[in-house]
Design a protein. Structure first.
Length: 105
């Protein structure tokens, strides 16, 4: 298993409401995540095998980092879990059971 961690020196944006301008074309997901982290100063952790062969959605416009990351991951089948205000893990969504239902116990 190969685990990638993207860490950059740019300070993280303060708060979820602060917006930035994004202009990220559709590209390999690993490159998109690296560009996203360069733009925001956030830290990303993910299994390299998980993102291999996946392509990001383009992200263009003024928006919060969370909104931009959501757009970037659209159509990849992946989601994120935030571990702090400036760090996240890219993962497959948790199983919800058949037809998206949560199994009752």
């Amino acid at each position: 298993m190969s685990l990638s961690l993207v860490a950059l020196t740019v300070p993280a944006l303060a708060g979820d409401l602060q917006t930035s301008r994004f202009d990220l074309p559709s590209q390999s997901l690993s490159s998109a995540l690296e560009s996203f982290c360069n733009n925001t100063g956030m830290f990303a952790a993910y299994d390299g095998k998980l993102v291999d062969g996946r392509v990001s959605s383009p992200v263009t416009g003024e928006m919060t980092p969370k909104a931009a990351l959501g757009r970037l991951l659209e159509g990849t089948g992946l989601t994120v879990e935030y571990t702090s205000s400036n760090a996240f893990v890219v993962m497959t969504p948790p199983e919800l059971g058949k037809f998206g239902a949560i199994p009752l116990k």
